[in-house]
Design a protein around this ligand. Structure first.
Ligand code: NAP
Length: 310
């Protein structure tokens, strides 16, 4: 019978996947990590991370991601690029289709994370890349001395609004409620920042513009009053969607598409584990992602040891 190409394949190269790669490689499993873009996931597009322990002055997302990748590769992690299109059983292995390639492994860790959720208002899709953005670190510098909007009230929206004050002359934080969801320390900074104006109880109903963003149409959800706001750009941070389309029918997912696991990170499919933001969990942070990654790799190692392989 044919042998598996790898002991362990990890789908996704954010902090969860890279940590699983580090632990897998150190357990001397032949480990391959498949990444769609550049390693680091959502963390890599975060300008400054200050709640990951060990860096008393914080660390940039790209620097942390690069260090995690270099560290894991030092112990033998292999990294390849491409999108995982399919995961299927090929007894006793699992087979992944990565673009045109097929790879097999004894165990798989899914760490494919999340992608920005779209609000779905008119103008959002048509002006994407022309003033509509989901990544302040990538696009912030384009809005020097302009007024911009940031939509949402969670950690991402408030942190990125603060970051954008480096470039923009004014940042309107548009939030649908009268209280922010973000961590208190981040809220305090936003309240103190003279460049940030919070528009409470307000939703965006349209992004206005022809060849680029010219403004937003807003509505107060309590008074129902509408108004127009002139901005040169708008950043949406209204939550995330799990990257689990290729797993439907293979693994048990919750009603929002997050992978259900037990506390060893085992999914409903024997030999498949999940780690990081893609998992149904309480807190989505780098600190919790690395814990998931370490646990998933350890559990995968134990699973591999527990079976006889061709
Ligand atoms: P989030 O916590 O899900 O917040 C999404 C925000 O968008 C909420 O304020 C929500 O409003 C708003 N929203 C959702 N749907 C909307 C709609 N249809 N119209 C208007 N507003 C809408 O997402 P996140 O801020 O990206 O954070 C995601 C996870 O990553 C969290 O666990 C967060 O702690 C973590 N994170 C952490 C850090 C950090 O620790 N520094 C940084 C970034 C992200 P409501 O508040 O009314 O629901």
């Amino acid at each position: 019978m044919e042998k598996a190409g790898y002991d362990l394949i990890i789908a996704g190269g954010g902090p969860a996947g890279l940590t699983a790669g580090l632990y897998g490689a150190r357990a001397r499993l032949r480990t391959l990590l498949v990444e769609k873009m550049a390693p680091g996931g959502q963390a890599a597009s975060t300008f400054h991370i200050e709640n990951y322990p060990g860096f008393d002055q914080g660390i940039s997302g790209p620097d942390l991601s690069q260090a995690m990748e270099t560290q894991a590769k030092r112990f033998g992690l292999e990294v390849t690029y491409g999108e995982v299109k399919r995961l299927g059983a090929r007894e006793p292995f699992w087979e992944l289709e990565i673009e045109e390639r097929k790879m097999s492994a004894k165990a798989v860790i899914v760490a494919t994370g999340v992608e920005p959720r779209k609000l779905g208002v008119p103008g959002e899709e048509t002006l994407r890349g022309r003033g509509v953005s989901y990544c302040a670190t990538c696009d912030g510098p384009f809005f020097k001395d302009q007024d911009i909007g940031v939509i949402g009230g969670g950690d991402s929206a408030v942190e990125e609004a603060l970051y954008l004050t480096r470039f923009a002359s004014r940042v309107y934080l548009v939030h649908r409620r009268d209280a922010l969801r973000a961590e208190k320390i981040i809220q305090e900074r936003a309240f103190e920042n003279p460049k940030i104006e919070i528009l409470w109880d307000t939703v965006v109903t349209r992004v206005v513009g022809d060849s680029g963003v010219e403004g937003l149409e807003l509505q107060n959800v309590k008074t129902k009053d509408t108004r127009s706001l002139k901005v040169g750009g708008v950043f949406f941070y209204v939550g995330w969607l799990s990257n689990t389309g290729f797993l439907r029918g293979i693994l048990n997912l919750d009603d929002q598409g997050y992978v259900l696991t037990d506390d060893t990170m085992a999914t409903s499919a024997v030999g498949v584990f999940a780690a990081g933001d893609v998992r149904k969990k309480l807190l989505r942070q780098i600190a919790t992602a690395v814990g998931d990654g370490a646990t998933a790799a350890f559990a995968a190692e134990k699973y591999i040891e527990s079976r006889k392989w061709p």
